[in-house]
Write a protein that binds this ligand. Structure first.
Ligand code: ASP
Ligand code: MG
Length: 412
């Protein structure tokens, strides 16, 4: 039997009624002859509530117990989904992570999946089970304790199962009907994409297009899992949603696939650090040890052997970054005159694999921003992405202007 993985996000299992609706979708695929692995999230809002309870009980919580509590939302929906399917006369069984087992690292609250031996579930499929309902987001550590995969982790569970069971496709059912050229809440002309390349999706996901957990896209790209994002609230055809696939499977595409933004960026500048070999390592090693996710980095030209070093990081990590830099200064590892944090910036990026073969995208982006009177504070580029930091108050305007200038409302 061919295998299909179907993942239902929190809004798709938010009520018993919605679970029934999702189960009907599963029934349609079972009727086509698939063995189906259903991955469920917790009911929407549940995980936030559980995280809140943990924080209230113990602000400096033991991460093993955090995982014990926070993983529980998925146990409920997995059992309810299995019961609902059984009520429809579809042989179904629920599986918690440890029962499969989904073997992970011991990095509690941010564990990585290491292996999913398919034998236990396959044995049940051979005995006539039609649907395995697996609790997403969770696994078991080598020490035998429950782990979780980080927020949004059930997307990664789904892709990992699709790879482990060599599934024909991994369908991610969510509350939007696909991946858009930009956020439709900001830009009314945003267009749903029929297909998007793994690499583009990876950039968009990590830039804050919250449709898929970044790690799930990395996994899908590595194992060539055909990934489809679609809405559980609309009638479905086989062409519904957005297919995330290999670049070779996309016939025509715009040079720029999408415009992404990230609202919560901060620009940090170390003013006047000594420009000597090893200075970047002395700055960025302690930042990384402190868990600061540094994104853009710019070193200015130096004057008299001193230079300014600018980097960006999420706003909620500014305090951690400041502490790490002050400590490095106290230890004598670095020396700077001042650390200036600008918390009123946003990052805007244009992404597209077409940039590999087309020049002029950066120049056009800068012209568009300049025509709107938007000053660029920092620029970084990669092969398929150009990102700029701008004042946060211009974020929406910048996204709209770029979407229009690159004509993303039109298909290629
Ligand atoms: N329930 C978890 C969360 O809210 C995992 C997921 O839904 O992907 O982060
Ligand atoms: Mg999600």
């Amino acid at each position: 039997m061919p295998t299909l993985v179907m993942k239902f996000g929190g809004t798709s299992v938010a009520t018993l009624d919605r679970i029934r609706r999702a189960a009907k979708r599963v029934g349609v695929e079972v009727a086509k002859g698939y063995d189906v692995i259903v991955i469920v999230s917790a009911m929407s809002g549940k995980t936030n509530e559980l995280v809140g309870w943990v924080n209230e009980t113990s602000p400096l919580f033991d991460a093993r117990e955090y995982d014990a509590v926070v993983s529980s939302g998925e146990n409920v929906t997995a059992g309810l989904m299995a019961l609902t399917l059984q009520e429809m006369d579809i042989p179904a069984r629920s599986w918690q992570g440890w029962q499969v087992p989904v073997m992970t690292t011991s990095a509690h609250s941010a564990a990585r999946i290491e292996d999913i031996p398919p034998e236990n579930i396959n044995e049940k499929f051979a005995e006539g089970m039609k649907v395995a309902v697996v609790a997403g987001f969770q696994g078991v550590s080598p020490e035998g304790r429950i782990t979780t995969l980080g927020r949004g982790g059930s997307d990664t569970t789904a892709v990992a199962f699709a790879a482990a069971f060599d599934a024909e496709r991994c369908d991610i059912y969510t509350d939007v009907d696909g991946v858009y050229t930009t956020d439709p809440r900001i830009c009314a002309d945003a267009r749903k994409l029929d297909r998007i390349a793994f690499e583009e999706m990876l950039e968009l996901a990590s830039l804050g297009a919250k449709v898929l957990q970044t790690r799930s896209v990395e996994l899908a790209m590595r194992y060539k899992v055909k990934l489809r994002v679609l809405s559980s609230f609309e009638e479905q055809s086989d062409e519904a949603g957005t297919l995330v696939c290999d670049e070779e499977d996309i016939m025509e595409s715009n040079v720029v696939a999408g415009v992404a933004y990230s609202r919560d960026e901060a620009k940090m500048t170390l003013v006047s650090v000594a420009d000597r070999p090893g200075i970047a390592a002395a700055i960025f090693s302690p930042l990384s040890e402190a868990g600061v996710n540094v994104d853009m980095i710019v070193q200015n030209i130096s004057d008299d052997g001193r230079t300014d070093m600018t980097f960006s990081c999420p706003t909620d990590q500014v305090a951690r970054a400041e502490k790490a830099m002050e400590e490095a200064k106290t230890r004598g590892d670095i020396n700077f005159h001042d650390l200036v944090a600008d918390q009123a910036v946003a990052k805007i990026s244009v992404v597209g694999i077409g940039m590999r073969s087309h020049t002029g995208v950066a120049a056009k982006m800068f012209r568009v921003l300049s025509a709107e009177g938007i000053n660029i504070k920092v620029i970084t580029t990669s092969e398929i992405k150009i990102s700029v930091l701008v004042e946060r108050k211009y974020m929406e305007l910048a996204v709209q202007a770029l979407h229009e200038a690159f004509e993303l409302e039109k298909a290629a």
